[in-house]
Design a protein around this ligand. Structure first.
Ligand code: KG4
Ligand code: ZN
Length: 339
């Protein structure tokens, strides 16, 4: 069985073809980063218009790369939410309509379920159950994953998502959008120990996060210490260290609470090298394992949507003829794969 996956929830157009026996056959990605760079963040209307321009050409490219035609496709998966409503509507309109025209089922995929299952695209992938730390630009969540669609949210961000905190802090340090990876690069030149940022919400029990205070702390530090190159690098280091340490503390707590032995990290921030390394060390000490997708599948992509869509399609879960876009869609309301 073969599925076409479409991702258009934010500023990346992703298209992939996944075969349940042969694995990933093709994937194409177009990033709108340059389009939004001048504005310092994603402009929703520009994002939607660009998805309109890019999705069909990318589908053609992916079909050519996979050396298959529309007759070989057994279903179409698209991101139906959460995300920017206009951007979602492009993917769901194209996905639902194309599926109708090709006479195959359409599957509405939850974007964060896509992220959560992205490590399954790797040969060395986790088995259920596992703890998932989902850290993207829009969401930060700790999820107890018992199986596909069996998600219990143990904690989430009460304000900025982890990626959003990286981006906002990077912006006030004069870095381009999206600043997360640029801030991480700058932190490599930082002096450990010069600044110590707080570890928000770690002094009381619970698994929720709060990252917006770190951005303010960075702004105040720049104000009092200046913004020469070394100071900026030292601030970047201290900020990143605080985010990673906080995520580590919450993961340890969640693992103790649930007794789970495997940890999955996914979403854009899981591409962060320091985060991966620190969680590797932590899980080794605990005789557990950490799993994450290859860097290109940490950030938004069509492959994770094709994979998640395939699991739902095989379980007989697909859409009616209506076009679905759900800008807000809690992950714990998804159906289990097998009822
Ligand atoms: O998952 P994603 O592509 O989009 C959403 O679903 O939101 O995540 C994008 C986020 C951005 O905030 C970006 O700055 C952050 O992931 N990010 C990183 C790194 N790479 C991407 N943050 C820290 N370090 C990185 N290496
Ligand atoms: Zn995402």
């Amino acid at each position: 069985m073969r599925i076409l996956g479409l991702e258009t929830s934010c500023d990346e157009t992703g298209v992939a073809i996944y075969d349940d026996e042969q694995g990933l056959l093709a994937h194409r990605l177009y990033s709108q980063v340059k389009l939004h760079a001048d504005y310092g963040g994603v402009v929703p209307e520009l994002a939607s218009r660009d998805h309109v321009r890019k999705t069909i050409p990318l589908i053609k490219e992916a079909l050519a790369e996979a050396n298959c035609s529309k007759e070989d496709i057994d279903g179409i998966a698209f991101t139906a939410g959460p995300g920017l409503v206009g951007a979602l509507l492009v993917g769901s309109t194209i996905g639902r309509s194309l599926a109708y025209a090709w006479g195959v089922p359409a599957v509405a995929v939850h974007h964060m379920e896509g992220h959560l299952l992205a490590p399954m695209l790797e040969d060395d992938h986790p088995e259920f159950p596992f703890l998932a730390l989902l850290v993207s630009g829009g969401h930060s969540m700790m999820v107890n994953v018992q199986g596909i669609g069996e998600y219990e949210i143990l904690g989430e961000s009460v304000d900025d998502a982890a990626g959003e905190a990286f981006d906002k802090t990077a912006k006030l340090m004069g870095l381009d959008y999206p600043g997360g990876p640029l801030l991480a690069k700058l932190a490599e030149q930082g002096t450990p120990g010069r600044f110590k940022f707080p570890r928000p919400m770690t002094d009381k029990p619970g698994l929720d996060f709060s990252f917006s205070g770190l951005k303010t702390f960075a702004a105040n530090t720049i104000h009092s210490e200046g913004d020469d190159e070394q100071t900026r690098a030292d601030i970047a280091y201290a900020f990143q260290d605080a985010v990673i340490d906080t995520l580590g503390i919450k993961c340890r707590r969640a693992l103790d609470q649930t007794g789970l032995k495997s940890l999955v990290i996914a979403g854009g921030v899981s591409a962060n090298k320091q985060l991966r390394e620190q969680l590797e060390v932590m899980m080794k000490k605990r005789n557990g394992r950490v799993y994450y997708p290859r860097p290109e599948f940490c950030t938004d992509n069509g492959a994770m949507i094709a994979y998640a869509g395939m699991q739902r399609l095989k379980a007989g879960q697909f859409e009616s003829l209506s076009i679905t876009a759900k800008p807000r869609w809690p992950i714990d309301t998804l159906e289990p794969l097998t009822k």
